[in-house]
Design a protein around this ligand. Sequence first.
Ligand SMILES: [Zn+2]
Length: 582
Amino acid sequence: MNICPPMKYLFSLLFSLMIAAVTALAAHTPKINIVYPRKKQVVKAAEKTFIFGHVSPAQGVLTINGQKVKIHPSGGFLATLPVKPGIFIFDCKLVLSDGSSARLKHPIQIPFPRRKRTTQLPMIETTDLYPDTSLGVLPGEEVFFKCKTMPDKKVVCRIGDIQTFSLYEQEKKKGVRGIYQATKSFDGPFYQNSITFLVTDDSRIKPLLLPVTLTVLPLPEYPVVEVLQDKCKARFKPNGGYDTFLEKGSLLKCTGFMGKWLRCALSRNHPVYVERKLVTDKIKGKKIFSKFLGNLSVSEKEDRLLIKIATDRNLNHSWIEYPDTNKLGIKFFKVTTNIDRMVPQVNVSSLKDITWSQLEEDVALIDFYLNFSPQWGYSLDYKNTHAILTIRKTLEKKLPKEIIICLDAGHGGADLGAIGPTGKTEADMNLKQTLVVGKCLEEQGYQVIYTRKTNQTLPLDQRAPFAISSRADIFISIHHNAPADGCDPYLQRATETYYYNRSGKKLGQYLHPFLMKATGLKNGSLRFGNLAVCRHSGMASVLLEIDYLVIPEVEERVQKASFRTSVAQAICNGIDSYLNQR
Ligand SMILES: [Zn+2]
């Protein structure tokens, strides 16, 4: 069919009108969007949890599971509602004044609580077994075994076809019976032997083969591993708290393992646990010789104290912050000192004395008695055949233009961080707030550097090293928070400042009250947090959680220029008062 040009225009016009009509209709079609929890997400909650998202248009009456939920001017909503285990459905209904409505059934999954045993057969509970991961131990080292079954049974453990021994039922605790335990040591060496528990009931024997193995390492042939990462975390126990950070390139004796965790000897009497992936594969036969701490000399600059110690590179060490004193210590592992001779000439005004001691045969401690409070940061670097310890004396005397402040907008790029009810991301809110803080600081004359100024992905472990290589004096990481599943965000809501080292704590003590005033929240605290961006001791570092982005009012206000300015002003005032302390 040949359509003449005027007709063609008419068709085109009609088509455009139709599109406009459909769009107009769509604009008024009520819609419910749930941001969190995601559809079919497993939410670890027992009795209640929170749900948030937004509706369009931002009006009408919203009910979820029959409970009325407030719609905020942005359309955002947040509710904390009761839940039940299994597939749980949030039934959401939005009704507008013109009678139009939307309904959304949003399923999530709540895990069932652990079920109680019902069977009368001598079943071994597979949830309460030890070892629960493959173990490597030294000859003669005690290994703990545990299993749970019916009371009054005979329980035996078999290690490969090498050894069989009994487990004994423990006296009942809190009415719980049927827990059998034993502690056993082995001569070894042997590799990856199977572990089987055998439960005897009415002459029937029920075996349970554990999916883990036992290895007894040969003595004295310890494997040696090399640390691959800087600031590698060494923990007190597998998955436990941080003990210290290991130097890249340092060698450690491996004295056992538990699953993915290697037990390494920081010194003879100080075991730590390190993840296998953070060290090289075993280097067989390589020995670790104790290093020697040699001559020590002290010099002083206007703003820092420098201590030079002749030694090898890659010494594992940990700093000791003695509370409420002007004393700072450093412990070196796998070293010996000639303490009869290591008399340093202390002739600098900011240092009263140095003491040193050989705590163990391979652990040395050096303590510095300072004439100033060691609150501005300290660090250790290596230069040729020397370890250089730097202790910052002051920042007070510096002009603002001489002070470098590193601002870190949390998350970014692929890492969105928390998300608000209308979909605003924490990464974006952090960046916008950070840029306003930076402007405020620059106006006061400070040098400001940024870990990121755009929406880019930036790994956590690259943020502090950037500040260090830029010789920053202060590091501030800016975040907005989200609560854990099962919480009520309104009850959790707080402004928090996290520090790791003494220098960060001091900065936090000045900064946090200003920040609390700006956010107007009563809930909040200055608290210790073992966070990657706060751990570096060379400068004062804090991480700020300004407010909870998942709350609709918060998502609305963090977008306001006036709020960003007042938070920025608070951070500037906090830094000012920190630097102007006397
Ligand atoms: Zn964050």
